[in-house]
Design a protein around this ligand. Sequence first.
Ligand code: PMP
Length: 417
Amino acid sequence: MTMNDGSSLRDIPTGTRLDPWFNAYAARAHGLRSSEIRALFAVVSRPEVVSLAGGMPNIKDLPLEELAESAARLIRNHGAQAMQYGSGQGWEPLRQRIVDVMAYEHIKGDPDNVVITTGSQQALDLVSEIFLDPGDVVLAEGPSYVGALGTFRAYQGEVVHVDMDHDGLVPEALEEKIREVRASGRTIKFLYTIPNFHNPGGVTLSAERRPQIVEICKREQILIVEDNPYGLLGFKAEPLQAMHALNPEGVIYLGSFSKMFAPGYRIGWALAPHAIRDKLILASESAILSPSMVGQMTIESYLSNFDWFSQVQTYRGMYRERKEAMLESLDELMPDCTWTKPEGGFYTWVTLPEGLDAKSMLPRAVKNLVAYVSGTAFYADGRGGNHLRLSFCYPTPEDIREGVRRLSQVVSAEKEL
Ligand code: PMP
Protein backbone atom coordinates (compact mmCIF):
# COMPACT_ATOMS: atom_id res chain seq x y z
CA MET A 1 0.00 0.00 0.00
CA THR A 2 1.32 3.51 -0.80
CA MET A 3 0.74 6.30 1.73
CA ASN A 4 -0.15 9.85 0.71
CA ASP A 5 3.44 10.98 1.38
CA GLY A 6 4.66 8.43 -1.18
CA SER A 7 6.11 6.03 1.37
CA SER A 8 4.95 2.46 1.50
CA LEU A 9 3.49 0.70 4.53
CA ARG A 10 6.61 -1.45 4.63
CA ASP A 11 8.73 1.65 5.40
CA ILE A 12 6.86 2.41 8.61
CA PRO A 13 8.58 1.06 11.69
CA THR A 14 6.38 -1.24 13.75
CA GLY A 15 5.73 -0.18 17.31
CA THR A 16 5.30 3.51 16.53
CA ARG A 17 2.02 5.35 16.39
CA LEU A 18 2.56 5.79 12.65
CA ASP A 19 2.02 2.07 12.30
CA PRO A 20 -1.67 1.73 11.36
CA TRP A 21 -1.91 -1.51 13.37
CA PHE A 22 -0.41 0.03 16.53
CA ASN A 23 -3.60 -0.29 18.56
CA ALA A 24 -4.29 -3.80 17.36
CA TYR A 25 -1.14 -5.41 18.75
CA ALA A 26 -1.23 -7.43 21.96
CA ALA A 27 0.47 -5.64 24.84
CA ARG A 28 3.41 -8.08 24.69
CA ALA A 29 4.12 -7.22 21.04
CA HIS A 30 5.04 -3.68 22.06
CA GLY A 31 8.00 -5.09 23.97
CA LEU A 32 9.49 -6.73 20.85
CA ARG A 33 12.56 -4.98 19.55
CA SER A 34 15.50 -5.70 17.35
CA SER A 35 18.62 -6.80 19.20
CA GLU A 36 21.79 -4.71 18.93
CA ILE A 37 23.31 -7.65 17.08
CA ARG A 38 20.67 -7.72 14.35
CA ALA A 39 21.05 -3.99 13.93
CA LEU A 40 24.75 -4.58 13.20
CA PHE A 41 24.12 -7.22 10.56
CA ALA A 42 24.29 -4.95 7.49
CA VAL A 43 27.52 -3.36 8.71
CA VAL A 44 29.35 -6.54 9.55
CA SER A 45 28.51 -8.17 6.23
CA ARG A 46 30.66 -5.59 4.41
CA PRO A 47 33.77 -7.52 3.32
CA GLU A 48 36.19 -4.75 4.32
CA VAL A 49 34.94 -4.82 7.94
CA VAL A 50 36.56 -7.35 10.29
CA SER A 51 33.63 -8.56 12.30
CA LEU A 52 34.38 -9.62 15.84
CA ALA A 53 30.66 -9.18 16.45
CA GLY A 54 28.66 -12.17 15.23
CA GLY A 55 28.52 -15.61 16.79
CA MET A 56 28.15 -17.64 13.61
CA PRO A 57 29.64 -21.12 13.89
CA ASN A 58 32.55 -21.67 11.53
CA ILE A 59 31.34 -24.60 9.46
CA LYS A 60 33.97 -24.43 6.73
CA ASP A 61 35.53 -27.76 7.79
CA LEU A 62 32.33 -29.77 7.42
CA PRO A 63 32.62 -32.63 4.90
CA LEU A 64 29.99 -31.17 2.57
CA GLU A 65 30.43 -33.70 -0.22
CA GLU A 66 29.86 -36.63 2.14
CA LEU A 67 26.94 -34.87 3.76
CA ALA A 68 25.38 -34.29 0.35
CA GLU A 69 25.75 -38.00 -0.48
CA SER A 70 24.24 -38.96 2.82
CA ALA A 71 21.29 -36.55 2.39
CA ALA A 72 20.62 -37.96 -1.09
CA ARG A 73 20.71 -41.51 0.29
CA LEU A 74 18.33 -40.56 3.06
CA ILE A 75 15.78 -39.11 0.69
CA ARG A 76 16.15 -41.97 -1.78
CA ASN A 77 15.74 -44.67 0.88
CA HIS A 78 13.47 -43.04 3.46
CA GLY A 79 11.93 -40.15 1.52
CA ALA A 80 8.33 -40.93 2.39
CA GLN A 81 9.07 -40.63 6.09
CA ALA A 82 11.49 -37.73 5.79
CA MET A 83 8.98 -35.67 3.81
CA GLN A 84 6.14 -36.31 6.25
CA TYR A 85 4.98 -34.73 9.52
CA GLY A 86 6.34 -36.45 12.59
CA SER A 87 5.77 -36.70 16.31
CA GLY A 88 5.41 -33.43 18.24
CA GLN A 89 7.96 -34.65 20.76
CA GLY A 90 10.48 -35.48 18.07
CA TRP A 91 11.63 -38.62 16.28
CA GLU A 92 12.43 -41.43 18.70
CA PRO A 93 15.68 -42.67 17.05
CA LEU A 94 17.10 -39.15 17.25
CA ARG A 95 16.00 -38.75 20.88
CA GLN A 96 17.91 -41.94 21.62
CA ARG A 97 21.06 -40.59 19.91
CA ILE A 98 20.71 -37.33 21.83
CA VAL A 99 20.85 -39.29 25.08
CA ASP A 100 24.17 -40.77 23.88
CA VAL A 101 25.48 -37.25 23.11
CA MET A 102 24.47 -36.01 26.57
CA ALA A 103 26.32 -38.91 28.21
CA TYR A 104 29.53 -37.00 27.32
CA GLU A 105 28.43 -34.51 29.97
CA HIS A 106 27.63 -37.22 32.50
CA ILE A 107 23.88 -36.97 31.98
CA LYS A 108 21.84 -40.15 32.30
CA GLY A 109 18.85 -39.06 30.23
CA ASP A 110 15.75 -40.97 29.23
CA PRO A 111 14.78 -40.51 25.55
CA ASP A 112 11.20 -40.25 26.78
CA ASN A 113 12.07 -36.99 28.55
CA VAL A 114 13.70 -35.40 25.49
CA VAL A 115 11.72 -32.92 23.40
CA ILE A 116 13.24 -32.00 20.05
CA THR A 117 12.95 -28.34 19.12
CA THR A 118 13.74 -26.00 16.25
CA GLY A 119 17.11 -25.00 17.70
CA SER A 120 17.48 -24.44 21.41
CA GLN A 121 16.08 -20.98 20.74
CA GLN A 122 12.65 -22.58 20.35
CA ALA A 123 13.17 -24.44 23.62
CA LEU A 124 13.77 -21.07 25.29
CA ASP A 125 10.56 -19.83 23.76
CA LEU A 126 8.59 -22.87 24.97
CA VAL A 127 10.00 -22.65 28.49
CA SER A 128 9.05 -18.96 28.61
CA GLU A 129 5.59 -19.68 27.29
CA ILE A 130 4.81 -22.33 29.88
CA PHE A 131 6.33 -20.55 32.88
CA LEU A 132 6.15 -16.79 32.49
CA ASP A 133 3.22 -14.57 33.38
CA PRO A 134 3.74 -10.84 32.89
CA GLY A 135 6.03 -9.47 35.59
CA ASP A 136 7.47 -12.85 36.64
CA VAL A 137 11.17 -12.76 37.35
CA VAL A 138 13.85 -14.75 35.56
CA LEU A 139 17.23 -14.77 37.27
CA ALA A 140 20.10 -14.76 34.78
CA GLU A 141 23.80 -14.09 34.85
CA GLY A 142 24.78 -10.50 34.18
CA PRO A 143 25.60 -10.33 31.31
CA SER A 144 23.51 -12.99 29.54
CA TYR A 145 22.67 -14.35 26.08
CA VAL A 146 20.92 -11.66 24.07
CA GLY A 147 18.53 -14.11 22.37
CA ALA A 148 17.28 -15.40 25.71
CA LEU A 149 16.78 -11.87 27.05
CA GLY A 150 14.67 -11.10 23.97
CA THR A 151 12.52 -14.19 24.49
CA PHE A 152 11.94 -13.50 28.19
CA ARG A 153 10.97 -9.94 27.26
CA ALA A 154 8.58 -11.18 24.57
CA TYR A 155 6.67 -13.05 27.32
CA GLN A 156 6.81 -9.97 29.56
CA GLY A 157 9.14 -11.63 32.04
CA GLU A 158 11.55 -9.43 33.97
CA VAL A 159 15.19 -10.37 34.04
CA VAL A 160 17.09 -9.78 37.26
CA HIS A 161 20.81 -10.22 36.73
CA VAL A 162 23.04 -12.10 39.15
CA ASP A 163 26.77 -11.39 39.33
CA MET A 164 29.23 -13.65 37.64
CA ASP A 165 33.03 -13.77 38.03
CA HIS A 166 35.83 -15.81 36.47
CA ASP A 167 34.33 -18.98 37.97
CA GLY A 168 30.84 -18.25 36.66
CA LEU A 169 27.68 -17.44 38.60
CA VAL A 170 28.45 -16.41 42.21
CA PRO A 171 26.45 -18.55 44.70
CA GLU A 172 26.32 -15.83 47.39
CA ALA A 173 25.10 -13.29 44.84
CA LEU A 174 22.37 -15.75 43.80
CA GLU A 175 21.18 -16.14 47.40
CA GLU A 176 21.14 -12.40 47.88
CA LYS A 177 19.13 -11.77 44.70
CA ILE A 178 16.59 -14.43 45.63
CA ARG A 179 16.06 -12.69 49.00
CA GLU A 180 15.89 -9.27 47.37
CA VAL A 181 13.39 -10.24 44.67
CA ARG A 182 11.14 -12.12 47.10
CA ALA A 183 11.24 -9.24 49.60
CA SER A 184 9.93 -7.01 46.82
CA GLY A 185 6.91 -9.32 46.44
CA ARG A 186 7.83 -10.63 43.01
CA THR A 187 7.76 -14.26 41.88
CA ILE A 188 10.89 -15.98 40.61
CA LYS A 189 10.07 -18.58 37.95
CA PHE A 190 13.48 -19.92 37.06
CA LEU A 191 17.22 -19.38 36.97
CA TYR A 192 18.50 -19.20 33.40
CA THR A 193 22.18 -20.08 33.26
CA ILE A 194 24.86 -20.87 30.67
CA PRO A 195 27.42 -22.85 32.66
CA ASN A 196 29.93 -23.59 29.91
CA PHE A 197 31.91 -21.06 27.84
CA HIS A 198 29.37 -18.41 28.56
CA ASN A 199 27.85 -16.24 25.84
CA PRO A 200 28.90 -13.44 26.14
CA GLY A 201 31.02 -13.82 29.32
CA GLY A 202 33.51 -16.43 28.06
CA VAL A 203 33.72 -18.01 31.55
CA THR A 204 32.78 -21.47 32.85
CA LEU A 205 30.99 -22.32 36.08
CA SER A 206 33.56 -24.12 38.25
CA ALA A 207 33.11 -27.74 39.35
CA GLU A 208 32.91 -26.57 43.00
CA ARG A 209 30.12 -24.13 42.35
CA ARG A 210 27.86 -26.46 40.38
CA PRO A 211 26.53 -28.42 43.37
CA GLN A 212 26.28 -25.18 45.37
CA ILE A 213 24.06 -23.51 42.77
CA VAL A 214 21.96 -26.67 42.39
CA GLU A 215 21.57 -26.91 46.18
CA ILE A 216 20.48 -23.28 46.55
CA CYS A 217 17.86 -23.68 43.85
CA LYS A 218 16.62 -26.96 45.30
CA ARG A 219 16.27 -25.41 48.75
CA GLU A 220 14.52 -22.33 47.35
CA GLN A 221 12.40 -24.39 44.93
CA ILE A 222 13.63 -22.56 41.89
CA LEU A 223 13.80 -24.39 38.59
CA ILE A 224 17.11 -24.20 36.70
CA VAL A 225 17.21 -23.78 32.93
CA GLU A 226 20.68 -24.95 31.93
CA ASP A 227 21.48 -23.70 28.42
CA ASN A 228 24.44 -25.58 27.03
CA PRO A 229 25.01 -25.21 23.28
CA TYR A 230 28.82 -24.91 23.59
CA GLY A 231 29.43 -27.69 26.15
CA LEU A 232 31.39 -30.03 23.87
CA LEU A 233 33.55 -27.25 22.47
CA GLY A 234 36.10 -27.06 25.28
CA PHE A 235 39.71 -26.37 24.26
CA LYS A 236 41.39 -28.88 26.52
CA ALA A 237 39.60 -30.48 29.43
CA GLU A 238 36.69 -32.86 28.98
CA PRO A 239 33.25 -31.41 29.82
CA LEU A 240 32.36 -30.79 33.46
CA GLN A 241 29.35 -32.51 34.92
CA ALA A 242 26.13 -30.86 33.78
CA MET A 243 23.89 -29.40 36.47
CA HIS A 244 21.12 -31.63 35.19
CA ALA A 245 23.17 -34.64 36.31
CA LEU A 246 23.17 -33.25 39.86
CA ASN A 247 19.39 -32.84 40.10
CA PRO A 248 17.40 -34.16 37.11
CA GLU A 249 14.08 -33.26 38.74
CA GLY A 250 15.01 -29.60 39.19
CA VAL A 251 16.74 -28.79 35.90
CA ILE A 252 15.64 -28.34 32.30
CA TYR A 253 18.69 -28.92 30.16
CA LEU A 254 18.84 -27.33 26.70
CA GLY A 255 21.12 -28.70 24.01
CA SER A 256 21.73 -27.91 20.37
CA PHE A 257 23.43 -29.25 17.26
CA SER A 258 24.09 -25.70 16.04
CA LYS A 259 27.65 -25.37 17.35
CA MET A 260 28.81 -29.00 17.58
CA PHE A 261 27.56 -29.73 14.02
CA ALA A 262 25.68 -27.11 12.00
CA PRO A 263 22.96 -24.54 12.72
CA GLY A 264 21.32 -24.91 9.31
CA TYR A 265 19.17 -27.88 10.29
CA ARG A 266 17.79 -25.92 13.25
CA ILE A 267 17.66 -28.87 15.59
CA GLY A 268 18.02 -28.55 19.36
CA TRP A 269 16.39 -30.21 22.35
CA ALA A 270 15.19 -29.94 25.91
CA LEU A 271 15.65 -32.66 28.52
CA ALA A 272 13.06 -31.96 31.18
CA PRO A 273 11.45 -33.48 34.26
CA HIS A 274 8.57 -35.65 33.06
CA ALA A 275 5.67 -33.35 33.94
CA ILE A 276 7.34 -30.34 32.37
CA ARG A 277 8.14 -32.41 29.31
CA ASP A 278 4.40 -32.91 28.71
CA LYS A 279 3.77 -29.18 28.80
CA LEU A 280 6.71 -28.55 26.46
CA ILE A 281 5.33 -31.03 23.94
CA LEU A 282 1.87 -29.47 24.04
CA ALA A 283 3.30 -25.98 23.63
CA SER A 284 5.54 -27.11 20.78
CA GLU A 285 2.70 -28.90 18.98
CA SER A 286 0.63 -25.77 19.12
CA ALA A 287 3.56 -23.72 17.79
CA ILE A 288 4.98 -25.96 15.03
CA LEU A 289 3.05 -29.31 15.02
CA SER A 290 6.31 -31.24 14.73
CA PRO A 291 9.98 -30.44 14.23
CA SER A 292 11.36 -30.95 10.70
CA MET A 293 11.51 -34.67 9.93
CA VAL A 294 14.13 -34.25 7.23
CA GLY A 295 16.30 -32.25 9.63
CA GLN A 296 15.93 -34.79 12.42
CA MET A 297 16.62 -37.77 10.17
CA THR A 298 19.67 -36.09 8.64
CA ILE A 299 21.12 -35.42 12.08
CA GLU A 300 20.35 -38.94 13.24
CA SER A 301 22.14 -40.34 10.22
CA TYR A 302 25.09 -37.98 10.86
CA LEU A 303 25.37 -39.20 14.45
CA SER A 304 25.03 -42.86 13.42
CA ASN A 305 27.17 -42.94 10.28
CA PHE A 306 29.82 -40.25 10.68
CA ASP A 307 32.61 -39.93 13.19
CA TRP A 308 30.81 -36.93 14.68
CA PHE A 309 33.09 -36.75 17.68
CA SER A 310 36.15 -36.32 15.51
CA GLN A 311 34.32 -33.40 13.82
CA VAL A 312 33.79 -31.93 17.31
CA GLN A 313 37.55 -32.30 17.89
CA THR A 314 38.29 -30.56 14.60
CA TYR A 315 36.07 -27.68 15.71
CA ARG A 316 37.79 -27.52 19.09
CA GLY A 317 41.22 -27.21 17.43
CA MET A 318 40.02 -24.56 14.99
CA TYR A 319 38.36 -22.44 17.68
CA ARG A 320 41.34 -22.84 20.01
CA GLU A 321 43.67 -21.47 17.34
CA ARG A 322 41.39 -18.46 16.85
CA LYS A 323 41.04 -17.90 20.58
CA GLU A 324 44.83 -17.89 20.89
CA ALA A 325 45.16 -15.34 18.07
CA MET A 326 42.66 -13.11 19.84
CA LEU A 327 44.10 -13.34 23.35
CA GLU A 328 47.68 -12.88 22.11
CA SER A 329 46.68 -9.78 20.15
CA LEU A 330 44.77 -8.38 23.11
CA ASP A 331 47.82 -8.98 25.33
CA GLU A 332 50.05 -7.24 22.88
CA LEU A 333 47.85 -4.33 21.82
CA MET A 334 45.28 -3.50 24.47
CA PRO A 335 47.19 -3.17 27.76
CA ASP A 336 44.58 -0.85 29.28
CA CYS A 337 41.73 -3.34 28.91
CA THR A 338 41.00 -6.60 30.69
CA TRP A 339 39.24 -9.66 29.29
CA THR A 340 38.12 -13.14 30.22
CA LYS A 341 40.15 -16.19 29.18
CA PRO A 342 37.71 -18.67 27.68
CA GLU A 343 38.43 -22.38 27.91
CA GLY A 344 36.02 -23.11 25.08
CA GLY A 345 33.25 -21.62 23.00
CA PHE A 346 33.30 -18.49 20.88
CA TYR A 347 33.65 -15.35 23.01
CA THR A 348 35.69 -13.16 25.29
CA TRP A 349 34.24 -10.33 27.36
CA VAL A 350 36.34 -7.19 27.39
CA THR A 351 36.32 -4.44 30.01
CA LEU A 352 37.34 -1.06 28.62
CA PRO A 353 39.34 1.56 30.50
CA GLU A 354 37.11 3.48 32.90
CA GLY A 355 35.01 6.17 31.31
CA LEU A 356 34.90 4.58 27.84
CA ASP A 357 31.52 3.65 26.43
CA ALA A 358 31.36 0.73 23.99
CA LYS A 359 28.06 1.78 22.48
CA SER A 360 29.04 5.32 21.56
CA MET A 361 32.46 4.08 20.37
CA LEU A 362 30.94 1.57 17.94
CA PRO A 363 30.37 3.95 14.98
CA ARG A 364 34.02 5.03 15.23
CA ALA A 365 35.10 1.38 15.31
CA VAL A 366 33.04 0.62 12.22
CA LYS A 367 34.62 3.62 10.52
CA ASN A 368 37.95 1.98 11.33
CA LEU A 369 36.58 -1.23 9.77
CA VAL A 370 36.14 -3.38 12.85
CA ALA A 371 32.91 -4.40 14.60
CA TYR A 372 32.04 -5.82 18.04
CA VAL A 373 28.89 -6.00 20.14
CA SER A 374 28.49 -3.44 22.89
CA GLY A 375 28.05 -4.92 26.37
CA THR A 376 24.69 -3.15 26.69
CA ALA A 377 23.12 -5.78 24.38
CA PHE A 378 23.60 -8.41 27.08
CA TYR A 379 21.86 -6.71 29.99
CA ALA A 380 18.15 -6.20 30.41
CA ASP A 381 18.71 -3.14 32.58
CA GLY A 382 20.91 -0.84 30.48
CA ARG A 383 24.21 -1.80 32.10
CA GLY A 384 27.25 -3.06 30.20
CA GLY A 385 28.39 0.18 28.53
CA ASN A 386 31.95 -0.26 29.75
CA HIS A 387 32.21 -3.70 28.15
CA LEU A 388 32.15 -5.33 24.77
CA ARG A 389 31.90 -8.87 23.44
CA LEU A 390 34.49 -10.07 20.97
CA SER A 391 33.83 -13.28 19.00
CA PHE A 392 36.72 -15.29 17.64
CA CYS A 393 34.67 -18.04 15.99
CA TYR A 394 34.38 -16.85 12.42
CA PRO A 395 37.29 -14.70 11.15
CA THR A 396 40.67 -16.24 10.31
CA PRO A 397 43.48 -15.83 12.87
CA GLU A 398 45.04 -13.18 10.56
CA ASP A 399 41.78 -11.24 10.42
CA ILE A 400 41.39 -11.52 14.18
CA ARG A 401 44.86 -9.98 14.66
CA GLU A 402 44.02 -7.21 12.21
CA GLY A 403 40.62 -6.64 13.87
CA VAL A 404 42.18 -6.31 17.32
CA ARG A 405 44.81 -3.95 15.89
CA ARG A 406 42.07 -1.72 14.46
CA LEU A 407 40.13 -1.90 17.70
CA SER A 408 43.19 -0.92 19.73
CA GLN A 409 43.57 2.20 17.55
CA VAL A 410 39.96 3.13 18.24
CA VAL A 411 40.32 2.59 21.99
CA SER A 412 43.52 4.69 22.08
CA ALA A 413 41.86 7.50 20.14
CA GLU A 414 38.80 7.29 22.40
CA LYS A 415 40.90 7.84 25.50
CA GLU A 416 42.12 11.14 24.05
CA LEU A 417 38.63 12.46 23.30
N1 PMP B 1 21.74 -20.32 23.77
C1 PMP B 1 22.91 -19.69 23.61
C2 PMP B 1 23.72 -19.37 24.81
C3 PMP B 1 23.36 -19.34 22.34
O1 PMP B 1 24.53 -18.72 22.19
C4 PMP B 1 22.55 -19.66 21.21
C5 PMP B 1 22.95 -19.29 19.80
N2 PMP B 1 23.77 -18.25 19.63
C6 PMP B 1 21.34 -20.32 21.44
C7 PMP B 1 20.96 -20.64 22.72
C8 PMP B 1 20.41 -20.70 20.30
O2 PMP B 1 20.98 -21.64 19.48
P1 PMP B 1 20.18 -22.54 18.43
O3 PMP B 1 18.77 -22.05 18.39
O4 PMP B 1 20.88 -22.37 17.15
O5 PMP B 1 20.25 -23.93 18.97
